[in-house]
Design a protein around this ligand. Sequence first.
Ligand SMILES: Cc1ncc(COP(=O)(O)O)c(C=O)c1O
Length: 389
Amino acid sequence: MFSNRISNVPKSFIREILKVSADPSIISFAGGLPNGDLFPIENIKAATNKVFDIVGPSLLQYSNSEGYKGLREMIAKRYKSFYSLDIPADNILITNGSQQGLDLLGKIFLNEGDSVVMEEPGYLGAIQALGVYKADFLPVPVSADGMDVEKLKSVLAGNNPKLIYTVPNFQNPSGITYTNENRKEVADTLRGSGVYMIEDNPYAELRFSGTNKKSFMEFLPDHTILLGTVSKTIVPSFRLGWIVAPDEVMEKLLVAKQAADLHTNYFCQRIVDQFLSDYSLDDHIETIKALYLSKKNTMISAIKKNFPENVSFTDPEGGMFLWVTLPEGISSMKLFDKAIEKNVAFVPGDPFYTNKTDVNSFRLNYTNSDEETINTGIKRLAECIKEML
Ligand SMILES: Cc1ncc(COP(=O)(O)O)c(C=O)c1O
């Protein structure tokens, strides 16, 4: 009955885990949820009332497929202030979250079996979205400084990928950030190959320390596609994201967007536009960063105090996740089963890999638990790890 397209694409492991961890007695470091205590509820309410007054009935009417021009101009302005990038509003397509951006890119670029270079470990939502189009993934490892350029070169030498997918800032899942030098080397390696770089960037503005890094758009302006979202800086429920793409790609994306859903929720676009006009996003982001930094520090201290010495972990300069690596041969999936018995959840590494199982690494989210819960959860996790060692 069902299409080849959907067969063998696994369910999102995270959604499954979120079901398990919805049980309030479970301490969950599994989700990737922004902290709801910081949602700007009063300001969103005020912005909503105001757009009703300003826009009138057309607020509830169909709209254009590209997205609301005022919002696209606002996003272009932000690229200018944050990255000094000149992005024309016409090259921005508003999407239903950046997740839809991934789906649309899969739809316009991929025939069955086309290859895609994928960070390893990589965002499982991208693996799933592009997996639906039967992408043949070519994994290239990332570590503290960014992508393994030698491996990228060898992958490019033997294959003909159409796309490369990266989350270069506070990567989901590992929390690592590519250095500027690494970005340049990756871009130099790609230049002239015709491969489009997808820079998925939901976390860059959530930087606690260090300096902002350059966008791939600076190095490969003709072949970079940016994905953005308000999910981590304003609210995720509006499902509001965007794609920045060159003209020839935008043309195809627009057709795919029309075919998929005509346009993104106009009401929410106008609310976000009003919110951004009336309030300081920078101030709001400062509040988010202060809270996330203190939670991250709590988790790092708890890990240092409780985890055995032969367990390593990343200490991200921003974002929402850190990545733990167990000694060789210890399965994070088996650790997960043990941890659930002690009422602690995390995401085992497996779903972030395209061709490996029983990996020895896993992802922890630190943005959603209070400090006491973080301490208790990490202590319990440490007990499970020690039992496995
Ligand atoms: C790297 C990455 N890309 C895309 C998404 C999806 O975000 P959105 O809510 O904009 O669809 C997420 C969400 O966690 C993410 O971490």
